[in-house]
Design a protein around this ligand. Structure first.
Ligand SMILES: Cc1ncc(C[n+]2csc(CCOP(=O)(O)OP(=O)(O)O)c2C)c(N)n1
Length: 274
């Protein structure tokens, strides 16, 4: 491990449990690079995760970490931020964790515009439990619970959270690691609810059921299928068929939840309330 990132890991917890070719470690590397680039105090930074392969990331990171229950990472993170607003809180979730069982927590965290940085590891499937389809499995793609291909439509996660009230939304892949680091840094700097979706390969479940080839081929596909939003500007803005838009997708200004809440409490106290 490179000495500059070693300080952020619980070395004694390694080797990790992820399969060969899994992209999750790449996401972690970009995350710790972002934390280092932001110069965040390791003792004032909290990592919260739910349940799933992606959520196991919290255990490998040397911060105050909370590995919570399936779908509830944002609820725990909300509690932390409420009681200690000065802490930097990153929330790591799988696509199933975040958008299926955790979908309600997700839309309300976005609606409140609470100052959290959510990172969604989108491997398009429930990896840990053997490959059931998730709300992020693209139509017609196979999973153990969709052996002939899913007949459902997948969420467009950036549009979902933007519609719910998030003020920073971005997407990258595990091929675009420098971009991912920058997006995580920008997400953290935004005072409000920020979400970065990361397309990450699950060669064992999603890749195998959909015959997507080796881990290297899955990574190559991430490169080939990605189109940076900057390259769409100036065109009619339409996303070419089969392409995934990466980059900073949305940014807005809106009141932040904790600040609004504390201001309301202060105003009441000044009026003489208890
Ligand atoms: C309440 C509850 N329901 C179901 C499960 C079983 N379960 C564990 S992980 C998981 C899905 C994980 O998928 P995802 O969030 O996409 O993460 P990945 O493993 O792919 O990283 C499920 C359904 C659970 N642990 N708790």
């Amino acid at each position: 491990m490179l000495p500059e990132v070693e300080q952020y890991f619980r070395i004694e917890k390694l080797p990790h449990m992820w399969c060969p070719g899994c992209g999750n470690g790449i996401v972690l590397h970009s995350l710790v690079n972002a934390i280092s680039g932001l110069g965040l105090n390791q003792d004032k930074t909290v990592i919260v995760s739910g349940i799933g392969c992606a959520s196991r990331a919290a255990g490998y990171l040397d911060f105050d970490t909370l590995h919570t229950t399936h779908g509830r990472a944002l609820a725990f993170a909300t509690g932390i931020k409420f009681s200690r607003p000065e802490l930097n809180v990153f929330v790591l979730m799988g696509d199933g964790d975040c958008t299926a069982i955790g979908g309600n927590h997700l839309i309300h965290a976005a609606r409140r515009n609470i100052n959290l940085t959510a990172i969604v590891f989108n491997n398009h499937i429930y990896g840990m439990t053997g490959g059931q389809y998730s709300p992020m499995t693209p139509s017609k793609k196979r999973a153990t619970t969709a052996v002939f291909g899913s007949v459902e439509r997948a969420f467009n996660l950036p549009e979902l959270v933007k519609g719910a009230g998030a003020t920073y939304v971005a997407r990258a892949t595990t091929y675009h690691t420098a971009l991912l680091t920058n997006l995580i840094m920008e997400a953290h700097k935004n005072k409000g609810f920020s979400l970065v979706e990361v397309i990450t390969a699950c060669p064992t479940a999603y890749g195998r059921y959909n015959k997507l080839g080796s881990p290297a081929e899955m990574l190559k596909a991430q490169r080939e299928n990605a189109v940076n939003i900057k390259d769409l500007r100036g065109s009619n803005g339409e996303v070419p068929e089969g392409k995934v838009v990466i980059g900073e997708l949305y940014r807005a200004e809106a009141p932040e939840y904790i600040e609004e809440y504390l201001a309301a409490v202060k105003a009441l106290q000044e009026k003489g309330g208890k």
